[in-house]
Design a binder for this molecule. Structure first.
Ligand SMILES: *[C@@H]1O[C@H](CO)[C@@H](O)[C@H](O)[C@H]1NC(C)=O
Ligand SMILES: *[C@@H]1O[C@H](CO)[C@@H](O)[C@H](O)[C@H]1NC(C)=O
Length: 235
């Protein structure tokens, strides 16, 4: 029954949200088994660290409340968390700042255990989950890490043209993802090459759409999600 529910919940967002403010795992159009294959090659050391369940629970409750969800929402509901976070960020820079404040508190609560608590291998080891969910969660946290630090000022100054990647010029933006999907499926054993072209495509799109800073930032935002399994990617 649980397995069925997990399978079902991953189908809901399978087509992707294609939100240029916050990538989500559905955007890559990968199957659950492709996600497992491509996102499980990297270093497993972090999973050996410590994540204490009590502070982890309280950190998660705080974050969930901050994005308007019941405080019982956890990493096991990664699609729902991602969706709520995107909905909030979409409302404007003030809401992005609130999400970042909540993320800051989340990190402070976990302290040195933060990296392990959001590590994909650690979360998989807790059981009753799948790679889709775990990668959705890990990507959410990793992307917020960047958006809330290096990316914040660039977002603040360019929010309108970045949003055009979702609205007016959404087809061009999404073309990078469709090309990625076609490349990966044509040549599954060259996933990292496909990734390199993909992040370049995103960078070129936003350089034209906005300026080179945004091009770099959006490329970097995507790079972060792949960097643990594809080494040497550059923007
Ligand atoms: C995602 O968020 C939108 C807007 O808040 C909501 O209508 C939709 O039901 C949500 N979907 C999921 C899977 O949480
Ligand atoms: C991804 O590419 C495969 C192979 O070309 C294709 O069958 C599939 O429909 C594509 N997925 C989407 C969501 O377009």
């Amino acid at each position: 029954m649980l397995r069925f529910l997990i399978g079902l919940s991953s189908v809901v967002l399978i087509s992707g949200l294609f939100n240029p403010l916050l990538p989500s795992i559905g955007d890559y159009m990968l199957t659950e088994s492709q996600i497992k294959t491509f996102f499980s090659t990297g270093n497993k050391d972090l999973a050996l660290g410590t994540c204490n369940s009590v502070p982890f629970a309280s950190a998660q409750a705080g974050f969930a409340s901050a994005v308007g969800l019941p405080s019982t929402t956890t990493w096991r509901n990664a699609d729902v968390l991602t969706n709520a976070t995107i909905s909030m960020i979409d409302q404007g820079i003030d809401q992005l700042a609130s999400v970042c404040a909540a993320r800051q508190l989340f990190v402070q609560t976990l302290g040195f255990t933060y990296d392990t608590c959001i590590d994909r291998f650690y979360l998989i080891s807790l059981g009753n989950t799948n790679w889709w969910n775990v990668m959705q969660y890990t990507h959410l946290m990793k992307h917020l890490e960047f958006i809330c630090s290096t990316g914040f000022d660039v977002y603040q100054n360019n929010i309108d043209c970045i949003r055009k990647g979702e609205t007016t010029d959404g087809n061009q933006y999404r073309a990078c993802f469709y090309k990625f999907n076609a490349t990966v499926n044509a040549n599954p054993n060259r996933f990292c090459d496909a990734t390199e072209s993909f992040i370049g495509c995103i960078g070129d799109f936003f350089t034209q759409e906005c300026n080179p800073y945004v091009g770099w930032m959006q490329c970097e935002l995507e790079r972060i999600g792949f960097a643990y399994d594809c080494y040497g990617l550059k923007c």
